[in-house]
Design a protein around this ligand. Structure first.
Ligand SMILES: [Zn+2]
Ligand SMILES: [Zn+2]
Length: 358
């Protein structure tokens, strides 16, 4: 079957191969036929080595499709079911899961060191233990979450990562208050989802900050009340908050420099919510005086915080009610052969989300 493979970390092109086999099927596992997968910035970060990931590997972790086969002991799923791929599955038994913080469950990461694929040349890993730039993949049953019939695969795929991450940051982690002022730094798919989350929560002002003009225009369509380039951000802060700083600033880039900008533009006592996935050698600095004196709350948010399955259900409910727009987030569509063009569109900021149809 066909899959897009990165041979070595640091390469910027994937090779679409037709000699890849999905492996690992057995008790507790399901075999999926992927139908749609989104391209998330974390796929690029795994390719260039910012996020740890053994190679060669099949990127992709934002996917949806149908169950082809279920292994022994799998309950609640059967062949033909429509599912989205959860790249951070909850074991249900660890201390984090018992607290309702299933996004902190580490059980899923244990799968990341086991190859999901093989080809005549040897083993091939799947990104984050999944790997969705492929026609088929075998995953643990808790990585396959059934979706209602009215949710298209491409919408389900987005909910599998970007939408859940951005919405959850605003709703679960920061708990944006009605009437507040919000700034979102970085307006790709996750940033746009954070903007939509802030709007759902009733924020009065939502300032989108992004160097790319097309993303600023998009942000306005999704609920930002204004959109500025990074060098206009200081003026916006003066104008909107009388220089005090925003009640909430979301950092959706994953770099210490933008996190520091976000910190400085958060008001005293306000909330900096760090959503971007950054590198292990990129350190964010705050001095001990400002940390104490300014009492800014620094809240990291991984995969939207909170209970992952509940976040999926909430995203579906908001989408169904027309309170969030997920269709318009898909700005590009390609087949698997067009994957390298899609990667380039993401690198330049041209796309919000590319849907790869399989
Ligand atoms: Zn767990
Ligand atoms: Zn992602």
């Amino acid at each position: 079957m066909r899959a897009a493979v990165l041979h070595e970390t640091g390469q910027d092109k994937l090779e679409v191969l037709d000699d890849v086999e999905a492996v690992g099927f057995g008790p507790g596992k399901v075999r999926l036929r992927i139908r749609a997968t989104g391209l998330c910035h974390s796929d690029l970060s795994a390719m260039n080595g910012v996020l740890p990931q053994p190679a060669p590997f099949v990127p992709g972790h934002e996917g949806a499709g149908e169950v082809l086969d279920v292994g022994d002991g799998v309950t609640g799923l059967s062949a033909g079911d429509r599912v989205l791929v959860c790249w951070l599955p909850a074991c249900g038994a660890c201390a984090s899961c018992k607290r309702g913080q299933t996004h902190l469950c580490l059980a899923g990461f244990m799968n990341a060191g086991t190859p999901n694929f093989k080809r005549p040349g040897g083993d091939v890993f799947g990104f984050a233990g999944t790997g969705t730039f492929t026609e088929e993949v075998v995953v643990g049953a808790n990585c396959a979450v059934a979706i209602p019939d009215d949710v298209p695969f491409e919408i389900a795929a987005l909910i599998g990562c970007g939408v859940t991450t951005g919405l959850g940051a605003a709703i679960n982690t920061a708990q944006v208050e009605a009437g507040s002022s919000v700034a979102v730094i970085g307006c790709g798919g996750v940033g746009i989802s954070a903007i939509q989350g802030a709007r759902v929560q009733g924020a009065a002002q939502i300032v989108a900050v992004d160097p790319v003009a097309s993303r600023r225009e998009a942000a306005l369509r999704f609920g930002a009340t204004e959109a500025v380039s990074p060098d206009e951000f200081g003026d916006a802060k003066q104008r909107i908050t009388a220089g005090e700083g925003f009640d909430y600033v979301f950092e959706v880039v994953g770099k210490s420099v933008t996190a520091r900008t976000a910190y400085e533009n958060t008001r005293r006592g306000g909330t900096l919510c760090v959503v971007g996935a950054g590198a292990m050698d990129d350190n964010f600095e705050v001095n001990m005086f400002e940390l104490f004196f300014d009492e800014k709350r620094i809240l990291p948010s991984m995969y939207g915080g909170g209970d992952v399955l509940r976040s999926y259900e909430r995203a579906i409910a908001l989408w169904r009610a027309g309170r969030i727009d997920l269709e318009s987030m898909i700005t590009h569509r390609v087949r698997l052969d067009g994957i390298n063009d899609a990667l380039d569109q993401m690198r330049t900021g041209e796309s919000l989300r590319t849907c790869i149809e399989l």
